[in-house]
Design a binder for this molecule. Structure first.
Ligand code: GTP
Ligand code: MG
Length: 363
């Protein structure tokens, strides 16, 4: 899974990236025109995996991972600059969700591109910019398709054209593409375009250190955001989180307690992302490897097997499944079998969060 960190210049994107990935990329240095993206891989913390690993201490422990991409600042008017925009969109390719960083912190030594601190305005600026950027791509493609269709009739092109026009109308009315419903077929066509307003968003307000503990209050003035489809909201102090991420775990815990932070930015963001994207984890265990895998809710057993290896999906015979809780209660697969809780499941089985699975397959 890949998540892109996007936002206005100097909103704290790189600071957040450092907090999440425990990196030390220099902050505040990007306005000088450097536009390369940073990529970092984060292990998804999961206590269940740690517990399972204690049953197989010599096995390799492999957590699920999320890739974060820290992007250059999304400047006002960027949608008007084809070159800069296409570079940015290139960095955003295959991103499953966006973290939209909104500056809510005050810091006189960090200039704001619009001079004052105004999260609602910045959110509006970005949303407008996302809409304009999608519109630019749509208009371009629509006129190309129309040209093509004048020369040669093609049913697929016609279908695509109708779909893109429907998208454009929605954006002209200032409704993001995430507010539309698409068929599986249409989604497939749209995937190639990587539209910004179609991606699930986590709007992250980067707040003052002094406002830690008042997150709910701050988010209340953005309650309408929460009702938007494919949108989650979050408030945290990227700077403090970066400091915490660079301490060892004992010191970090003490510091978090002092500040009244219950959950690290990393944990909070990952939990929110899983929830937003409807993701769950299942586990495979054994003497070689104890591993967590990420899938979408409502995935059937063969497709879950496909997350491990495409051969396993193709040659899927059945799955042997036990829930995490049952496993821990019985202590071993042998005991689960004895107790009759290590079940056989077929093609139609819908994998549940925390399932421990052994796939039987034949290729
Ligand atoms: N007080 C305070 N300062 C912050 C916070 N987050 C970031 N900053 C400061 O804001 C400046 C910009 O932070 P960056 O993380 O580089 O911001 P950015 O969005 O990556 O900037 P560009 O990549 O240039 O667009 C740095 O000087 C940070 O120290 C915060 O939560 N509180
Ligand atoms: Mg940056």
């Amino acid at each position: 899974m890949r998540v892109g960190i996007i936002g206005l210049p100097l909103s704290g994107k790189t600071t957040l990236f450092n907090a999440l990935t425990r990196s030390t990329v220099e902050v505040g240095s990007w306005s000088g025109g450097k536009r390369e993206a940073h990529i970092g891989v984060v292990k998804v913390p999961d206590k269940r995996l740690d517990v399972l690993h204690t049953h197989f201490p010599s096995a390799k422990k492999i957590p699920a991972t999320i890739e974060y991409v820290d992007l250059a600042g999304f400047e006002k008017g960027i949608s008007g600059s084809t070159k800069v925009l296409s570079e940015l969109l290139n960095d955003l390719k295959n991103v499953d969700a966006l973290v939209v960083v909104i500056r809510s912190f005050e810091n006189d030594s960090v200039p704001h591109p619009d001079k004052t601190i105004d999260p609602a305005r910045d959110l509006q600026t970005l949303e407008t910019e996302f809409i304009l950027s999608d519109m630019a791509i749509l208009e371009n493609r629509i006129s190309r398709l129309e040209n093509q269709l004048r020369k040669k009739k093609d049913e697929r092109d016609q279908k695509e054209l109708a779909l893109l026009k429907r998208c454009l109308t929605s954006l002209e009315e200032e409704h993001p593409l995430s507010s539309l419903e698409f068929s599986a077929d249409e989604e497939k066509i749209l995937r190639g375009y990587q539209f910004l307003t179609e991606k699930p968003q986590i709007v992250m307000f980067n707040i003052n250190e002094a406002d830690i503990g008042k997150e709910e209050q701050i988010l209340q003035s953005f309650s309408k955001l929460r009702e938007q489809p494919k949108t989650s909201v979050l408030a945290l102090s990227a700077e403090i989180e970066m400091e915490i991420s660079q301490l060892d775990s004992e010191d970090a815990k003490a510091f978090q307690q002092d500040l009244g932070i219950q959950e690290s930015a990393l944990e909070k963001l990952i939990r929110t992302t899983y929830h937003l994207l409807g993701l769950i984890s299942f586990f495979t265990i054994g003497d070689d490897e104890v591993r967590a895998w990420t899938i979408r809710q409502n995935t059937r057993a063969p497709q879950a097997a496909g997350a491990v290896h495409s051969d396993m999906e193709r040659g899927f015979i059945r799955a042997e499944v036990v829930s995490y809780d049952e496993y821990v209660a019985h202590g071993s697969l042998a005991k689960c079998k004895e107790a009759g809780v290590f079940r056989l499941e077929g093609k139609e089985y819908i994998v549940k969060d925390g399932d421990i699975i052994s796939f039987r397959f034949n290729v």
